[in-house]
Design a protein around this ligand. Structure first.
Ligand SMILES: *Cc1c(COP(=O)(O)O)cnc(C)c1O
Length: 389
């Protein structure tokens, strides 16, 4: 089977060879339990984990003591949101988030709502942007947490987190940010952003699957999180469970590599993205680019094709591996909640494709994919009753 061109890097990325190389000794040679204080196997493993923790902290401008290793951004988001909400139970039981957040943020908020918490889900405009006045108005003395992502995984739209942090700080509200898509693509510094809690994940930055981190700011009064898992009290009691040593080492190496190549790579990807976007929008009518043209990730372009059946388009586009806003391609049988929140119709959301470019992609690949998209959209429109001109 000939594999299609991979343009789904916002879903996951291949492990970088340098990451794999750093991880390999941790499986069989340095296999110790990092919590075993009684023997040198444990000491070596512990040293590797602490080096990884330092490297990750440095990469995001934090302190090693502020890093909690998790199984990925889903767990980091759950720990941040549920952990903080449960810690403030009876005192502050209101959460604020946004309609375009990842399900790993929306669903923990919904779970807490079922437990009696209140959640305000802020709307977005047609570009996926928040109204900061509305956000400010949503905050009450009972607000425990605001959770807003830095970069949207479907459209690449960037939220002004530093401004949001200022609003939260003035009102004594904790800010959590899901920065999973932003890390390694745009500058991410926890102090410049002013976030209190921040989630990110290794497998979105050419690291291994199954490892992530939550940044927990050291501040006064201390941020207390009720752990999701009870057990050996690892990670300052916030995340029990034997540490994933190869994962931690690979995650740290992945971040170092991503940051070292970010300036050149982000510029290269933005050029490729613009080339793809231009090719599709200049050669086809009735194409909508979803997202904020100015504040957007360099690697992401999400496009809706009016008058086309989304499922048929994906079937026709066998040259490329992409994601769609369509109900038919995901485990969830509804059209993209992100595109719907941006005011797209069900039909248009279904006829949307997200191209997320990455390190392996070339100009030649972009041209092949653009030709295929133009060909398929024209072919489907010719045969479509949805397309009346
Ligand atoms: C991928 C992703 C997640 C989930 O991360 P995992 O490490 O796979 O659990 C959460 N939020 C965003 C924005 C993502 O893109």
């Amino acid at each position: 089977m000939k594999m299609p061109i991979y343009m789904d890097h916002n879903a996951t990325t291949p492990v970088d060879p340098g990451v794999l190389e750093a991880m390999l000794p941790c499986f069989s040679e340095h296999f110790g339990n990092a919590a075993s204080r009684t023997n040198p196997y444990g000491w070596v493993a512990s040293k590797l984990v602490e080096q990884a923790r330092s490297a990750l902290a440095t990469g995001i401008g934090g302190h090693p003591e502020e890093m909690v290793f998790t199984s990925g951004a889903t767990e980091s988001n759950n720990l941040a949101i549920k952990g903080l909400a449960l810690a403030l139970k009876g005192r502050r039981e209101h959460l604020v988030t946004c309609a375009t957040e990842h399900k790993a943020v929306l669903d923990p908020c919904a779970a807490l709502t079922r437990e009696g918490y209140a959640t305000t889900v802020l709307p977005v405009d047609g570009r996926g942007c928040l109204d900061l006045v509305r956000l400010t108005d949503a905050l009450t003395p009972g607000t425990a947490l605001v959770s807003i992502m830095l970069a949207n995984n479907e459209t690449g739209t960037l939220h002004p987190i530093a401004k949001i942090a200022e609003i939260c700080r003035e009102r004594g509200v904790v800010l959590h940010c899901d920065a999973t898509q932003a890390v390694g693509k745009v500058a991410v510094d926890v102090n410049e952003l002013g976030v209190d809690l921040m989630s990110f994940s290794a497998h979105k930055i050419y690291g291994p699957k199954g490892v992530g981190a939550l940044f927990v700011r050291r501040r006064k009064p201390r941020l207390h999180l009720v752990p999701l898992l009870d057990g050996g009290g690892h990670e300052q009691g916030m995340r029990s469970g034997t540490l994933n040593v190869p994962g931690a080492v690979g995650f740290a190496r992945a971040l170092e590599i991503a940051l070292a190549r970010m300036p050149a790579e982000s510029a290269r990807l933005a050029t490729l993205r613009d080339r793809l976007e231009h090719a599709v929008t200049s050669r086809l009518e009735a194409v909508t680019v979803n997202g904020d043209a100015e504040h957007r990730l360099p690697n992401t372009v999400n496009v809706s094709f009016a008058g086309v059946d989304g499922a048929a388009l994906l079937v026709g586009l066998e040259e490329v591996a992409v994601a769609s806003g369509s109900a038919c391609t995901s485990a969830d049988p509804r059209p993209s909640h992100v595109l719907m929140a941006m005011g797209r119709s069900k039909e248009l959301a279904n006829a949307s494709i997200r191209f997320s470019l990455g390190h392996g992609n070339t100009t030649e690949e972009v041209d092949v994919v653009a030709d295929a998209v133009v060909r398929e959209v024209m072919r489907l429109r010719t045969n479509s009753p949805l397309w009346r001109k």
